[in-house]
Design a protein around this ligand. Structure first.
Ligand code: C5P
Length: 298
């Protein structure tokens, strides 16, 4: 057992994500789906404070149950798989809306696993592989940034983060029970595509090209359109001047991407009240907690 004790408080920022493209390619015999997706961390953050304490302590924020909370499951996974015991009080402050397609819970878990790995000197790729046990988006959040994800979403290839990219994200106030499983379950083979557009988008990002809206697709768009709240958010973004509007993951959040903060703010200002929570954010680079972690290990 390797014990992690902190000399000073450590604040981690757990970013949300959007999917710059998400194509569902096939259904597998085990019920999971093969995807081709590009994940991008964005500057809407939960904060995870680790405070020096003689023993591990964590009370989840209101609305989260400790045993099912992904952050707590990440602590347990680090202990069981890597023998890492954290001696700290954990405080989680939620800002990323829950079950919105923005990866909040996955980010809390992945960010903490990445930090524990850095503090304990465990290779990050080992932690990424283990993180898949907590959910398909969790491995990405161990390092974040920009990545092409294939398989069930857990096979990662890092990409360069596109420069000068801003997002307007709308999270409708809509709770879809067992959302991700329900949305995948609603897909039929007619919805499946070959993933070529998203792979071309990834290749374009590697060349440093700007995001081509014609290559940005999300398989869940037609299924999500059946929810009025999602349709209203998509239509409102278009009416406010957005060109391309995509769901993030399996929704229900939707977003547009623009080349500057001024354009993003102008679109956000034109959105009507009552369509949901609106966030203007930009890209977050890979390993964004590295300097905080560096300071913590001295
Ligand atoms: O991996 P995660 O816990 O986020 O997945 C939730 C549910 O979404 C799974 O139980 C499965 O029904 C569905 N899913 C899928 N194919 C994926 C990812 C998720 O069918 N690649």
């Amino acid at each position: 057992m390797k014990s992690i004790e902190l000399a000073a408080p450590l604040r981690l920022r757990a970013p949300a994500k959007v999917n710059l493209g998400l194509e569902v390619v096939a259904r597998r015999p085990d019920g999971y789906h093969e995807v081709v997706t590009i994940l991008q961390s964005v500057s809407l953050f939960d904060t995870i404070d680790l405070l020096p304490a003689p023993a591990l302590r964590y009370t989840p924020p209101a609305g989260l149950e400790r045993e099912s909370d992904l952050l707590w499951r990440a602590v347990r996974l680090a202990e069981e798989r890597f023998g890492v015991r954290l001696r700290a009080q954990i405080r989680l402050e939620k800002h990323i809306p829950l079950a919105a397609g923005l990866g909040g819970g996955s980010s809390d878990a992945g960010t903490l696993l990445g930090a524990l790995a850095a503090l304990a000197g465990i290779p990050l790729d080992e932690v990424e592989r283990a993180a898949a046990a907590l959910g398909s988006d969790v491995p990405f959040f161990v390092r974040g940034g920009t990545a092409l994800a294939t398989g069930t979403g857990t096979d990662l290839a890092p990409l360069s983060t596109p420069p000068n990219v801003w997002f307007v994200v709308v999270a409708p106030d809509l709770v879809i029970p067992a959302k991700t499983a329900a949305l995948y379950g609603a897909l039929t083979p007619d919805h499946f595509t070959d993933g070529v557009a998203t792979r071309r988008l990834a290749a374009a990002l590697e060349r440093g090209d700007t995001l081509d809206p014609d290559l940005m697709h999300n398989t869940f768009t037609p299924v999500l359109r059946e929810w009025d709240a999602v349709s209203r958010a998509i239509d409102a973004l278009h009416a406010a001047g957005a060109q391309v509007v995509l769901p993030s993951g399996a929704g229900p959040s939707v977003f547009t991407v623009v080349p500057s903060q001024a354009v993003a703010n102008a679109i956000a200002d034109r959105l009507p009240a009552g369509i949901g929570r609106v966030y203007v954010c930009t890209t977050v680079a890979r390993d964004s907690n590295a300097s905080a972690l560096q300071a913590a290990v001295g």
